[in-house]
Write a protein that binds this ligand. Structure first.
Ligand code: SF4
Length: 283
C-alpha cells in the first residue's frame, strides 16, 4: 500500500518542467555570496530564457548563483501555473498580469510550506493525540491551494501561520518529551533553544537530541557527527552548517532548503523524503 506521507511529500516537490520560471522573476536578489547580481522583485533574471528555463542551470554554483540551488518552492510553482492559472500564467503579457501571478505564487509558496510541516507532523507517531487536528488543518490548507487568484489574495497568511505554528509547537513538545539525557552524549543543551544565536558554534560534543532549535541561527555551526534525533529544526538557519557525518534522520521539520544550504557528505543521514543534494559531493 502506498505510504500516505510519501505521496504527500512527492506532491510538495518542485517540478520546474510544469512551472514558468516564477522563482526566477518574483523574488528580489541582492548581490552576495548566493547571487552574482542585484535583481529587483518582479524582474526576470537575465539568465532566464524565453522558454522559462535557466540558461546556466548546469553551472549555477560555478557562475555565482548557489542561492538558486538552495531555493525550494515546495511545488508551489507548478500549482500556481497549472491550477491557479490553468496552465496559462502569461506573466510576460502585462505588469498587471505579472503582479497577479507573482502575488498568487507568494501565497501558494507559504501554503505549500505549511503543507510540508503538517505532513511531517502527521507522520510522527508521538503526535497521535493531535492527528485529528493536524489532518483538519492540512485539509484546510490543501483546499486553499486549489483556490483562484482572487481567493488566494484574500487569504490571511499571518493567521494561517500563527494557527499552524501553535499546532506544530504542540507536536514538537509531544515528540520531544520522551528524549532522555544520555551520559555518553555530552553536556545537554537546554531543551528550548528557540531562536538561539549559535552562529559558528562548535556543537560536535553537545547532546542536541530532543532540543527545540526552531528559528535558531546555526549558520556555519559545527555539527559534524551530531545526533539530531527529535531535534526541532523548524525554520532554523543552517546555511553553511557543517553536518558531515551527522544523523539528521530523526530531526523534526527539516526541509530541502535547509539541507541544501548546509554542508554534508555521504555519511550524513537524512529523514525520509529528503535526498543528499548533488552539490554535497562536489564540495
Ligand atoms: S540563475 Fe537561473 S535559476 Fe537562478 S534565478 Fe536566474 S534563471 Fe533562475
Amino acid at each position: 500500500m502506498p505510504d500516505a506521507a510519501a505521496e504527500a511529500r512527492a506532491r510538495l516537490r518542485a517540478d520546474c518542467t510544469r512551472c514558468a520560471g516564477l522563482c526566477c522573476v518574483a523574488p528580489a536578489f541582492a548581490a552576495s555570496a548566493d547571487f552574482a547580481i542585484d535583481k529587483p522583485a518582479g524582474h526576470a533574471c537575465p539568465n532566464l530564457r524565453d522558454d522559462d528555463r535557466c540558461g546556466i542551470h548546469a553551472d549555477l554554483r560555478e557562475r555565482g548563483f548557489p542561492g538558486c540551488t538552495v531555493f525550494d518552492c515546495f511545488g508551489a510553482g507548478q500549482q500556481t501555473v497549472q491550477v491557479t492559472f490553468a496552465g496559462a500564467p502569461h506573466w510576460r503579457d502585462s505588469p498587471e498580469r505579472a503582479a497577479a501571478v507573482f502575488a498568487a505564487f507568494g501565497v501558494q509558496r507559504l501554503l505549500h510550506e505549511l503543507l510540508w510541516y503538517l505532513t511531517e507532523a502527521l507522520a510522527l507517531p508521538a503526535a497521535a493525540p493531535l492527528h485529528r487536528e493536524l489532518a483538519a488543518a492540512r485539509g484546510r490548507v490543501e483546499r486553499l491551494t486549489a483556490a483562484d487568484a482572487g481567493e488566494l489574495a484574500a487569504v490571511d497568511t499571518g493567521l494561517l501561520q500563527a494557527e499552524a505554528g501553535a499546532l506544530l509547537l504542540s507536536v514538537s513538545e509531544l515528540a520531544r518529551a520522551g528524549v532522555r539525557s544520555r551520559p555518553s552524549a555530552g553536556p545537554r543543551r537546554r531543551v528550548d533553544q528557540r531562536n538561539a544565536d549559535l552562529v559558528g558554534a562548535d556543537l560536535r560534543r553537545v547532546d542536541l537530541r530532543g532540543v527545540g532549535l526552531r528559528g535558531a541561527l546555526l549558520i556555519g555551526a559545527d555539527l559534524r557527527g551530531a545526533d539530531l534525533q527529535l531535534t526541532d529544526l523548524l525554520g532554523a538557519d543552517l546555511r553553511g552548517a557543517d553536518v558531515r557525518g551527522a544523523d539528521l534522520s530523526g530531526a523534526l521539520f527539516l526541509t530541502r532548503r535547509q539541507v541544501a544550504g548546509a554542508r554534508g557528505d555521504a555519511a550524513t543521514s537524512l529523514p525520509a523524503g529528503l535526498e543528499h543534494p548533488r552539490h554535497w559531493g562536489a564540495r
